[in-house]
Design a protein around this ligand. Structure first.
Ligand SMILES: *Cc1c(COP(=O)(O)O)cnc(C)c1O
Length: 477
């Protein structure tokens, strides 16, 4: 006799999920066949699934959980706010204390020249806001022809029409009629895969000058802005050569093109500075943020606006015909304020820069000694490792790209560590509260996962190298 699954069992939730829930970035048919993982609770740096497995959350959820899971102070602050004022809008000449206080609190931690904030519900909406805000800015200064955005191939800027268009993800462009017009995608500063014979420094300059080339080809009088993540996150934690960002900034300034940093991942301490722009040594005109601003306890994002831009925008812009119902939602503002309070009190950004960051980096970089790892990289608490069948030539695997990454990812979950696979590499971004012991556990698990993956690849005859095509050859693709 077969019995119906218990109402609090994995089988029950899997069945409901398969029957009714369409997942983001997923093949529903394949997912339903395999059976989805059910996460039921979280505490500190760990998440727990419905079968009782304890898994170290090496990705901070989706890059969100700066202060770790289960922080009652944030939950209580949200509850208290919603008891007082559950919802009101910030359109029509209205504000509320939380929105005003959060705008000030963000201005305080933002780079010194940035003192205004526009709120959204998340990162994609922040990116769409920038697109409209910047085009409106130039138009209101009498330069409507300055409308083109330059962004990078393999950049990620969210999933809305504007965000996915500015992003350089080919599989996303392939669906839904993207990209929208007025966007030029240029080379990414991804030395490992595209640097070829160039040194890192030469490649950094090369990738920056591709930005100049694109602007000059389009005509600087037609180009509104350049947008990029200080460190590409979803694209594979691509840490550019140190000369890249300063050179891009110089190129933009010389051509009167605005500089925008998409800090949805890097912002709020991930690099050991409050913002990735500071880590890279540049002064952007606008910053987009989301994720870590609330540590994921409530959806909230926004745009931080530099003083020079704000001056022109406020003086000449008139009505900005743009906004979201949940722009500055009281619950999100309360979550962000409580999250920032914890980050200040526990000095978590300093901790990433001077304590747990260097501690984990030292151990993570040693993974490059594993026979399967061609490069391990990390700044602050954001890192990656590249898997390769031949370190000397930085070769790719002969199997379809991503096959090896997924094998490694599956071992990692089974061994109790969330690492995400991007192509045939693994990426990591743990909470800032990670202890030294937890960091040791994380790295020990990563070694074990690499051994298991390596043995599996040998068993399947998959350690077969194919050469990569260097950037110059792909520059116009
Ligand atoms: C996640 C992300 C976004 C999109 O944010 P959502 O909150 O998912 O809309 C945009 N830009 C970057 C760099 C991101 O990592």
């Amino acid at each position: 006799m077969t019995s119906a699954p218990l109402s609090n069992s994995t089988a029950h939730w899997r069945a409901l999920d398969a029957a009714h829930h369409l997942h983001p970035f997923s093949d529903t048919k394949a997912l339903n066949a395999e059976g989805v993982r059910v996460i039921t609770r979280a505490e500190g740096v760990y998440v727990f699934d419905s079968d009782g497995n304890k898994i170290l959350d090496g990705m901070s959820g989706l890059w969100c959980s700066q202060v770790g899971h289960g922080r009652h102070a944030i939950v209580d602050a949200i509850a208290q706010q919603l008891h007082q004022l559950d919802y009101y809008n910030t359109f029509f000449k209205t504000t509320h204390p939380g929105a005003a206080e959060l705008a000030a609190a963000i201005s305080e931690v933002a780079p010194a020249h940035m003192n205004h904030v526009f709120f959204t519900s998340g990162g994609s909406e922040a990116v769409d806001t920038v697109l409209r805000m910047v085009r409106h800015y130039w138009a209101s200064l009498g330069k409507p022809e300055k409308h083109i955005f330059i962004s990078r191939r393999n950049g990620y800027h969210g999933s809305t029409m504007g965000g996915a268009s500015l992003g350089g993800m080919k599989p996303m462009h392939a669906q839904g009629g993207l990209p929208i017009p007025g966007i030029i995608h240029v080379a990414q500063p991804y030395w490992w895969a595209e640097g070829g014979e160039m040194s890192r420094e030469d490649f950094g300059l090369y990738a920056a000058r591709e930005v100049a080339r694109a602007i000059d080809e389009a005509g600087p009088e037609n180009v509104a802005a350049f947008i990029g993540e200080p460190i590409q996150g979803a694209g594979g934690v691509i840490i550019p050569p140190a000369n890249y960002w300063p050179e891009v900034e110089k190129i933009c300034r010389e051509r009167d093109v605005l500089l925008i940093c998409d800090e949805v991942i890097c912002g709020f301490g991930r690099t050991g500075r409050w913002f990735g722009a500071e880590f890279m040594g540049v002064k952007p005109d606008l910053i987009t943020f989301a994720k870590g601003v609330t540590s994921g306890y409530f959806p909230l994002g926004g745009v931080i606006v530099g003083d020079h831009f704000a001056e022109g925008f406020i003086e000449h812009g008139g009505d900005f015909n743009h906004g979201y119902t949940y722009s500055g939602h009281p619950g999100g503002c309360a979550a962000a304020l409580a999250n920032l309070k914890i980050m200040h009190e526990e000095k978590l950004v300093d901790r990433v820069r001077t304590d747990i960051g260097p501690y984990l980096q030292e151990r993570w970089l040693k993974l490059a000694e594993h026979p399967l790892v061609g490069e391990a990289r990390m700044v602050g608490l954001i890192g990656a490792m590249e898997l390769t069948p031949d370190k000397a030539t930085r070769a790719a695997f002969a199997a379809e790209e991503g096959t090896v990454g997924l094998i490694c990812r599956d071992f990692s979950f089974k061994e109790g560590l969330v690492m995400r696979a991007v192509r045939d590499g693994m990426i990591l971004a743990p909470p800032f509260t990670l202890s030294h012991e937890e960091a040791d556990e994380l790295v020990a698990t990563a070694w074990r996962v690499l051994d298991l993956t390596h043995a599996e690849l040998i068993k399947r005859g998959m350690m077969v190298p194919v050469p990569r095509v260097p950037a110059r050859a792909t520059a116009s693709a």
